[in-house]
Design a protein around this ligand. Structure first.
Ligand code: FAD
Ligand code: SIN
Length: 531
């Protein structure tokens, strides 16, 4: 099947849907989602979205908090512009129907998370993402200019390469003409020609064995863009969330929001000792990389598999009222957070790098935009400040939409694009080869490319990845394609990028902590006392 559309959006999370709603006033839009539309990382966001709303908070404080968390690698200009656009985008989300909690006087109830010097997190109880995606999807489904294709898997971007031209990463005029999509009904590969394409495909959490990310987070967009020779940066900065629920066997790991530490939760080791004061004077509310390394150190030092988050001293009614999702989840496995400490462990959570985009969210490929977790915008630097990612997604999707609208009339479809050639793809491989390789990959990443790294471990990972890469490419060339094989291939690709970029960074900074290199001058973990 062949289709033509003005705007093609890959992904139905906050980045994709907010972009679609804005551009739909100017043309026909297709949004593809490889699962049911609301199965996104966005849906699982708990803490909320950061924005400066009232004094004593100020743009300057939010800027400084973001720069400090980013450990010297943020683009300050980007940080300033994103922070100052926050309130406008929140107003737009509200206009689209999202509901954020308010206090009795009608002002927004603002939570606090690690690295923030003020309460500035707008939230909807502890299920902010679910509320946002509900509101956006409702709007999208009611919009006659938007077609939502659920269960369709975007396979590859279409560029001059598919017209037989030789393009290299240095080519300065690569163009995107659309996307090849795996159609779940026909099992064939459709061609969608688009004037403008937006990648909003989310993160890469499933490169790791333990992650807070839903199964859709397999780095497809980043991998697709890299194959098309787009610029991709900062992939070494993988954020591990300090506190996912320790519940062996559960996948994805259930998040215990940082807002619970903002509310007064205390981290304790298995002796019941509060330990964060040993690591950072900001204690439980230090930036995430620091809290995660502190927990990792405690676990290694004491030979334990988890630490505890203690909420027993907090006001019990307020606790349940503010965190009903966490209360219910913990209770379902026999933990009453009013009386019991919550066992928690770090889990892969967020990728700070991705497809390089400019201030208008345009990638290095013409007519190709990207927004959300799959991008590198310069906002997060070496470590993302909590709740800045939903903010980044709405700000950059809005800019991308405005820029796309400006350019639309000057772009036409490229009718010379051929359909997908599936000749020679005859194997219908056993799933076991795919699932087993996936397990191997996730174990490699967890063991060697995790919170604490070294060149030895990274090189081990690289050697093993090379083998998985060649075996999987072999399979890919011969197989009738399915989603699982393509996801595996994409995860191997993004893992390779993480490892290569980690090996290239000859310093410890933010989320990239290597035992071989000192911490970046001026950005050592502050106030770290002797252990
Ligand atoms: P997603 O919301 O992940 O959407 C990706 C979309 O792309 C999905 O629809 C998926 O199906 C689609 N897709 C992917 N590949 C393909 C393909 N090949 N073909 C077709 N479709 C494809 N951030 C905050 O700021 N505040 C928080 O409180 C917060 N809490 C979080 C809690 C959890 C448990 C998690 C996992 C993340 C949290 N984050 C939070 C991070 C934040 O939720 C994500 O970074 C953000 O939602 C990403 O949005 P997105 O639109 O870029 O991608
Ligand atoms: C959380 O609620 O702790 C997650 C917030 C985030 O990832 O920004």
């Amino acid at each position: 099947m062949r289709k033509k559309v003005d705007f093609l959006v890959i992904g139905s999370g906050i980045a994709g849907l907010s972009y679609a709603l804005t551009v739909a006033k100017h043309g026909k839009v297709i949004v593809v989602s490889k699962s049911i539309a609301d199965e996104t990382s966005t849906k699982y966001a708990q803490g909320g979205i950061a924005a400066v709303m009232y004094s004593p908070d100020s743009f300057e404080k939010h800027v400084q908090d973001t720069l400090i968390a980013g450990a010297g690698l943020c683009n300050e200009e980007v940080v300033r512009s994103v922070v100052s656009e926050g309130r406008e985008r929140i107003e737009e989300l509200i206009k689209w129907g999202a509901d954020f909690d308010k206090q009795q006087d009608g002002s927004f109830s603002l939570g606090r998370e690690g690295g923030h010097s003020e309460n500035r997190i707008l939230h909807h109880k502890d299920s902010t993402g679910k509320e946002i995606i509900r509101a956006l999807l409702r709007k999208v489904k009611a919009n006659p200019n938007i077609e939502l294709l659920e269960g369709y898997f975007a396979l590859d971007l279409i560029t001059q390469h598919h017209l037989g031209e030789l393009i290299t990463r240095r080519s300065d005029d690569i163009q995107c003409f659309g996307v090849y999509i795996l159609n779940p009904k026909t099992k064939r590969i459709d061609t969608i020609l688009s004037k403008i394409t937006m990648i909003a495909s989310g993160g890469i959490g499933n490169a790791y064995r333990t992650t807070t990310n839903p199964v859709v987070a397999t780095g497809d967009g980043i991998s697709m863009a890299y194959r098309a020779k787009a610029l991709v940066e900062n992939m070494e900065f993988i954020q591990f969330h300090p506190t996912s629920l320790y519940n062996p066997g559960e996948k994805p790991s259930f998040l215990i929001t940082e807002a619970l530490r903002g509310f007064g939760g205390i981290l304790r080791n298995q002796k019941g000792e509060s330990f964060m004061a040993k690591y950072d004077e900001r204690m439980e509310l230090a930036p995430r990389d620091i809290v995660t390394r502190a927990i990792d150190t405690e676990m290694k030092y004491h030979g334990i598999s988890y630490v505890y988050l203690d909420c027993r001293h907090l006001d019990k009614e307020e606790l349940i009222q503010e965190f009903p999702g966490i209360f219910a989840k913990c209770l379902s496995i026999g933990i009453d957070i009013r009386k019991d400490m919550i066992p928690v462990v770090p889990a892969a959570h967020y990728v700070c790098g991705g497809i390089t985009v400019d201030n208008n969210s345009q990638s290095s490929i013409r007519h190709l935009y990207a927004s959300g977790e799959c991008t590198y915008t310069g906002l997060h630097g070496a470590n993302r400040l909590a709740s800045n990612s939903l903010l980044e997604a709405v700000v950059f999707s809005h800019r991308a939409a405005e820029d796309s609208i400006r350019r639309l009339n000057g772009i036409s479809w490229n009718n010379a694009v051929p359909d997908w050639n599936d000749q020679g793809m005859v194997l219908n491989e056993e799933m076991i080869l795919i699932t087993q390789t996936m397990r191997e990959l996730q174990n490699i990443m967890n063991s060697y490319v995790s919170i604490v790294r070294s060149d030895l471990r990274l090189n081990r990972a690289l050697n093993r990845l090379n083998l998985l890469y060649s075996e999987t490419e072999e399979l890919y060339k011969k197989s009738i394609l399915n989603k699982e094989l393509c996801e595996l291939r994409n995860l191997i690709n993004v893992s390779y990028l993480i490892v290569k970029m980690a090996l290239n960074r000859k310093e410890s900074v933010g989320l990239h902590y290597s035992t071989d290199y000192p911490q970046r001058e001026g950005w050592q973990t502050i106030h770290l006392s002797e252990h």
